[in-house]
Design a protein around this ligand. Structure first.
Ligand code: FAD
Ligand code: NAP
Length: 337
């Protein structure tokens, strides 16, 4: 394994921010992992596809990009299958692999950028499905103790775009492999109206997992910027979970404010951050090369040469404005480095 010095991270983050890593290495094997642990370079920054990070400075220490590969069927019954995937596999490649085998469970999570190993970090979710719905277990290297650990679903404390790896164990565990339980006769999740409507509009009345995946891909391509063309990290902020009373008082001034119940939490509702940002007039606005995407206000974009600080300053202005207008404190979903 080669440990390089002074590497530009521009090709390694989807915002396309030109920060540098003091040291940089690619993890491809168990042997590479032992080399890294022995080298003991601090701080260690764990990187997958770089699609959920904002680089605001050059990074001291070592940036370790995960490219551990391999997809295996571990166990199979008549109705379901347990598969495992190396943390450095691309998430969408795994989705395509599962569809090619007619395994269901990942179709709503089609076209999410990044790696398998990062999926548990924020319990990736889209169109009413979350990683936790299919999660079996994961293997990680505890970087403090230098030992292998297995985490079952309950150990990961999955929440809405959240897990133990974004909190108590932040930066402490390097995920190496993830196991998922997929179905051979899946129940489709068409709870998101846009998904059900798009299938109906295409004349598909009895969809299978492939039709659902293709429809999710088409919807996403119609409204989300392609990071290969315009730098971005998807939704910059989390959708806020607020007390019902706050929602009710806002609704008096904004009758069309969308809100969604949070299962198991009667006192709170989820609001659409994109709606708040658009209502506050930010959609399509641009400050230098940092901007708010014209089709999806939750996505901040780099039109070319924005720095991480330019994006962060724009995010702060939006946060401040949303707090003033709606008394809601938006929190970033993107990891700020
Ligand atoms: P990175 O950005 O490389 O890392 C993210 C975090 O995970 C960092 O804190 C990093 O240290 C940590 N990490 C990465 N790999 C490991 C590992 N092996 N072990 C331990 N820690 C690790 N997210 C959704 O949930 N739903 C969506 O629908 C969605 N759509 C998106 C659309 C676009 C266009 C973009 C650009 C992003 C979108 N995202 C979405 C966000 C992002 O794709 C996901 O969060 C994804 O899981 C990040 O993967 P990554 O490999 O790029 O992680
Ligand atoms: P959308 O369909 O326009 O919906 C707007 C918001 O309303 C979403 O944030 C969604 O919450 C919520 N919503 C809509 N229908 C819902 C329902 N039936 N039940 C509960 N909540 C509902 O959203 P979009 O921006 O085009 O994104 C589509 C999906 O892809 C969403 O699930 C979104 O989370 C996901 N996505 C995520 C990222 C990311 O970076 N995290 C980027 C792009 C898209 P949720 O966000 O909680 O689903």
């Amino acid at each position: 394994m080669k440990i390089q010095s002074g590497i530009s991270l521009k090709p390694y983050n989807t915002f396309g921010i030109a920060a540098r890593a003091e040291r940089f290495a690619i993890l491809r094997s168990e042997e590479d992992l032992r080399t890294i642990l022995r080298a003991n370079i601090a701080p260690l920054h764990l990187l997958g596809g770089g699609s959920n990070v904002l680089l605001t400075k050059d990074l001291p220490g070592l940036v370790l990009r995960n490219e551990l590969k391999g997809i295996h069927v571990e166990k199979e019954t008549e109705t379901e299958v347990i598969i495992s995937a190396g943390a450095g596999e691309l998430w969408h490649e795994l989705v395509l692999w599962s569809l090619a085998h007619n395994f269901g469970g990942l179709e709503n999570l089609s076209l999410i950028p990044g790696t398998v190993g990062a999926a548990p970090i924020q319990n990736i979710g889209a169109y009413g499905a979350e990683l936790k719905d299919v999660f079996e277990k994961l293997e990680a290297c505890d970087l403090e103790r230098g030992e292998r650990r297995i985490f079952r679903a309950e150990d990961c404390r999955f929440g809405y775009r959240n897990s133990i790896f974004k909190n108590e164990l932040k930066g402490r565990c390097l995920i190496t492999r993830v196991w998922l339980r997929l179905s051979k006769s899946p129940t489709l999740n068409l709870s998101y109206r846009i998904l059900a409507d798009s299938l109906r509009n295409k004349g598909i009345t009895d969809p299978g997992v492939r039709e659902v995946s293709e429809t999710v891909i088409a919807i996403r391509q119609s409204k989300l910027p392609d990071p290969a063309r315009i730098g971005n990290a998807g939704s910059f902020f989390k959708n806020p979970e607020v007390p019902v009373q706050l929602y009710q008082s806002l609704k008096e001034n904004y009758p069309d404010l969308p809100a969604f119940p949070l299962p198991g939490n009667d006192g709170q509702v989820k609001l659409a951050a994109a709606w708040l940002i658009e209502k506050a007039g930010w959609k399509g606005r641009r400050i230098g090369d940092a901007g708010v995407h014209e089709k999806q206000a939750l996505v901040l974009v780099n039109y070319g040469n924005a720095s991480g600080i330019d994006i962060l300053n724009l995010a702060r202005e939006i946060q401040h404005d949303i707090l003033e207008k709606f008394a809601i404190d938006l929190q970033p979903e993107v990891n700020i480095w």
